[in-house]
Design a protein around this ligand. Structure first.
Ligand code: NAI
Length: 302
């Protein structure tokens, strides 16, 4: 495989003032990308702001001989971040939606603000940046977008209802845009990373946090952002040297005839079958997913 490089390409990395985003920015810049290092610079719970975080990473990139520009907007103002890329570098090819905050609290104690802030930064932020970038990527028939979900979204997690909802929403946004970008060579993929960062230092033991390096995640992100990557619509779990695609698995289930009434008792009688994942199928599209139901529905007309 030829070297993966980004010469002539411009990337936006949101939330790049630290943690995973900083590492993505350094890697892309070291391989020739011009990088817009976006970060609002607030606390992990979304409070406050500072220009220091983004500026520090820009300085690091420049010290290593790379090209970067800082951007201090919130991802909620996605159009401003895209404007920074165009003003600084005149084009845009790559968007890594990475910014995030946490407001972990059990659902019954969650305030409206905890809900709105987390949905806002993650889901609305990923939307706003991508929405502003989309016409540019479409017009040039080239784009690479990485969305950031989380195992908390894919599987649910106690105390993270706001975060899980936002993160699975982001996965849905990515999967839909993968279809919409197909004809314009815009590849959209989703990652569920795990790495030590200020976001995980409160939940992971220090030794694990220190050694679970963002550098183990960045190579996948760089590949997904490259011209070489022709895949789209994938969700990948990544961390600690593990790279693994995630797909929904649908059980063969129970198919009941539509010729008579279907009762709650029928459901109860078939519960084990409905839940048995043995021989399950991984549907690759909405069309594939609906085939089973449509087939049974069609039996009505015979
Ligand atoms: P981090 O806290 O080090 O990085 C997030 C960055 O986003 C921070 O620098 C923060 O200032 C910035 N940010 C927050 N709100 C912003 C806003 N409104 N506009 C612009 N920037 C903003 O955390 P980490 O771990 O690097 O997280 C990166 C992404 O990965 C997040 O989306 C997170 O949810 C996700 N993730 C991380 C996991 C991990 O194990 N570290 C696990 C699963 C998902």
């Amino acid at each position: 495989m030829a070297d993966i490089r980004f010469d002539g390409k411009v990337a936006i990395v949101t939330g790049a003032g630290g943690g995973l985003g900083r590492t993505y920015s350094l890697l892309l810049a070291s391989r020739g990308a011009k990088v817009v290092v976006n970060d609002l610079g607030g606390a992990f719970n979304g409070e406050g702001s500072s220009q220091a975080a983004a500026q520090k990473v820009v300085d690091e990139i420049k010290a290593a001989g790379g090209v970067a520009a800082p951007d201090y907007h919130s991802v909620i103002d996605g159009a401003q971040i895209v404007k920074t890329a165009i003003d600084a570098f005149g084009r845009l090819d790559i968007v890594i939606n990475n910014a995030g905050i946490l407001r972990d609290v059990s659902f019954h104690k969650m305030t409206e603000d905890d809900w709105q802030k987390v949905i806002g930064v993650h889901l609305q932020g990923s939307y706003a940046v991508t929405k502003a970038a989309w016409p540019i990527l479409r017009d040039q028939s080239y784009g690479r977008i990485v969305m950031t979900t989380s195992a908390a979204g894919l599987y649910g997690n106690f105390g993270q209802a706001n975060y899980a909802a936002a993160k699975l929403g982001i996965a849905g946004l990515g999967l839909a845009l993968a279809w919409e970008g197909e004809k314009r060579n815009i590849k959209v993929n989703v990652i569920a990373p795990i790495a030590g960062s200020r976001m995980t230092e409160t939940v992971l033991p220090k030794e694990v946090c220190d050694n679970l390096k963002p550098e183990y995640v960045a190579p996948l992100v760089a590949y997904l952002c490259s011209e070489q990557c022709q895949s789209t619509g994938g969700i990948y779990e990544v961390g600690a040297g593990v790279f693994s695609r995630v797909r929904w698995l649908r059980a063969p289930g129970a198919t009941l005839p539509l010729t008579g009434p279907i009762t709650p008792e029928n459901v109860a009688d078939n519960w084990a079958k409905i839940n048995d994942m043995t021989g399950g199928a991984m549907c690759g599209s909405l069309h594939e997913s609906s085939m089973l139901t449509m087939k049974n529905f069609a039996s009505l007309k015979k």
